[in-house]
Design a protein around this ligand. Structure first.
Ligand code: NAD
Ligand code: G3P
Length: 325
């Protein structure tokens, strides 16, 4: 199976490195000409994944049409751009493995829904989990969820993507795998705020636990399975992203918690903090589904300029309730 990767950011490049394990050929499409040039000439991606020597079997291209020569595509463009990039990609009936974590603004569609609308004949899989790109690219042990309804395709993709340090666990719950990854980015911004505002580790643990409760409420309402949300792509990724400044979402929250305005934190950044785009869409989708998501609403207020003191005070002042989901 020849693998194509759409997106030469940190994660697309790290996944290309995994897929190239053992000398297997990979074609990486990057939007930035300097990425194509540096991967081709130096086996490096200075822009998005500096310091990593890439496999010589990764070939880079600036032409999406070149991906016609591959058998399966890993889609690693940011969630807000997946629709446009896929529309320009020859796909047909080839499997799309979706690796972006987010919900499309405007349409409020999960990435899988976007991909199905653009390429209805392509089978869909989702790869998601606790995966900092720089760790994966360095060969550190990592496990992910690989969700696909078709059992045979799931097994074939898992075999093809697995490497000694990179272990996919199969699931048929595509929606659950998508929702965990999208929601955890929003919650990670909240955890970053707790850190930046100096609110303590008790508050962070409470936010992770109550955030997981609202991820579960939203996921179940959208047809996800509880076991998926409690697995690598849900709780596993939530714990990772809520605990480290290696996370762009957590770091954005740290800045907000210190009182820096969202606009300046987001301006001119080359890397993506998906939660900032997903938060308002998720809040709207939750309202429409009648699902209570107070932490997500709080993150929206913080992104809109409200102070951490005011937002956290309002969260704590909500009426007392039983724990549960
Ligand atoms: N970096 C990680 O550790 C990691 C891990 C797992 C999942 N992800 C997810 O992977 C996705 C891609 O993130 P990343 O970290 O590789 O990106 P990145 O932050 O390293 O780089 C930004 C990416 O956005 C692309 N981009 C910017 N504007 C674009 C446009 N108009 N059209 C198409 N592409 C555009 C750039 O080409 C680049 O590939 C995100 O959904 C992210 O949540 C990232
Ligand atoms: O840097 P973040 O916040 O986009 O997180 C990266 C990955 O999604 C962690 O699994």
């Amino acid at each position: 199976m020849r693998i194509g990767v759409i997106g030469g950011g940190a994660w697309g490049t790290a996944l290309a490195q995994v897929a190239a394990h053992g000398g297997r050929e990979v074609l990486l499409w990057a939007r930035e000409p300097e990425v194509v040039d540096s991967v081709t000439a130096e086996r490096r991606n200075h822009l998005f994944l500096p310091g990593i020597d890439l496999s010589p079997t990764i070939r880079a291209t600036a032409a999406l049409t070149d991906l016609a020569a591959t058998d399966a595509l890993l889609v690693v463009a940011p969630a807000q751009h997946v629709g446009a990039v896929l529309a320009a990609t020859p796909v047909g009936r080839r499997p799309l493995v979706l690796c972006a974590k987010g919900i499309e603004a405007g349409s409020r569609r999960l990435v899988g829904e976007v991909a199905r609308a653009v390429h209805p004949d392509a089978p869909i899989a989702v790869l998601s989990g606790p995966t900092f790109a720089h760790e994966v690219a360095r060969g550190l042990p990592t496990a992910v969820t690989l969700a696909c309804e078709d059992e045979g395709l799931r097994a074939a993709l898992s075999e093809r993507i697995a490497a000694p340090h990179f272990r996919p666990y199969g699931s048929s719950d595509v929606t659950g795998a998508e929702i965990g990854g999208a929601v955890k980015n929003v919650l990670a911004i909240g955890c970053g705020v707790v850190e930046g505002a100096g609110l303590g580790q008790n508050a962070r643990a409470a936010l992770i636990a109550r955030g997981f409760a609202e991820m579960t409420r939203f996921g179940l309402a959208r047809g996800a399975r509880a076991e998926t949300l409690a697995g690598l792509s849900g709780l596993g990724d939530l714990v990772l992203t809520c605990s480290s400044t290696s996370s762009r979402n957590f770091s954005l929250g740290v800045g907000l918690g210190r009182g820096e305005p969202a606009a300046s934190l987001l301006a001119d950044r080359r890397t993506v903090a998906e939660g900032a785009f997903t938060a308002p869409v998720l809040a709207q989708a939750a309202r429409e589904a009648g699902v209570d998501m107070p932490v997500t609403d709080a993150v929206c207020r913080l992104l809109g300029g409200a102070s951490a003191t005011e937002v956290v005070g309002a969260l704590l002042a909500r009426p007392l309730r039983d724990e549960g989901v």
